[in-house]
Design a protein around this ligand. Sequence first.
Ligand SMILES: *Cc1c(COP(=O)(O)O)cnc(C)c1O
Length: 386
Amino acid sequence: MSASEPKHRLETQLVHAGEPLPRIAGAVAMPIFQSSTFVYSGEESYHDVRYIRLNNTPNHQALAGKLAAIEGGQAAVVAASGMAAISTSLFALLKAGDHVLIQRDLYGGTHDFVTRDLTRFGVEHTFVDGSDPSSWEAAIRPTTRVLYVETIANPLLRVADLEAAVAFARARGLVSMVDNTFASPVNFRPLERGFDLSLHSGTKYLNGHSDIVAGAVIGRGDLVERIKHQLDHLGGSLDPHACFLLQRGMKTLALRVRYQNDSALAIARFLEAHPAVLRVHYPGLPSHPHHARAKALFDGAGGMVAFELKGGVEAAARLIERLTVPVHAPSLGGIETLITRPATTSHAGLSAEERQQVGISDALIRLSVGLEATEDLIADFTRSLG
Ligand SMILES: *Cc1c(COP(=O)(O)O)cnc(C)c1O
């Protein structure tokens, strides 16, 4: 979007931002450019030579334009997966001897990348409690370069102190990075709040149809350019067909996420009132420890709900088996409701004691609310809990 165009609202940007004008051969939908290479047209930098791995085909450019517009970033780049976006960004910004302050309850892939891979390259880290800014100062070192948090953390849906993270990073000259996958740009736009970089697993809400893996980085132009150059070298580019699907999926993002916000809140309230349920974790409920922060910062509390049953692991397994609408599968953010037990999926790598320490009971159930009728989901839970 050029500076002279009026700034449209999110719904309009999701449909129109980044789409090529004039439309290519009059096509209303963005065509797929299934061409690895393009005719040389005088590019001077290696990174500008048009080639799929260099992330600059028309499909990459349209998608980057849309992503930058919806979160108000100077630039954006898409990657082959959320982990490609996250690992490439950290590689681009860090070198041997550097140190990262990073939130403790972290997406499993990011946790393993930081603890197992970055350490082999001499990059050190300290885990901090994302919602306790008073503990961050003691963890900082002269070599600290990055502060990394997640908007809403898996699976207890804790909300980091995002405002404090930005202020802390600014005051100490750190790059602030946030994984905004769980909130999606509909519920939270990190750059408007001062973050330098917003990262996404496009696999989840952005695409929303459980049919591709993709990642995105949105933010400050100079940082995104460094990350794009790193991505060009590491090679984690998104295929043009997947670019097309992600672009198509994003057009309905606002509709989907708002429906999922409403449906998840209704289901969370239903579960909290049910006699078989011990505890519900949902930032949209007043019982959640970070409810006030979520209310102040987010436009909706999201489509993820976690809960525990009084009957423990056995009752959890029985419920998952009895339910007929939710699909028993990991991942999230799609149109179909997915249900999992994190102890057997995302947090299976931890021992039972380690899970206990971070507050994840083996009986915890995680629900990614889809687009089915809320009434049908609640009826299915009523029947299956009874
Ligand atoms: C799924 C996920 C990722 C990783 O994304 P992939 O597309 O699977 O590589 C990163 N962060 C969060 C919060 C996720 O949910």
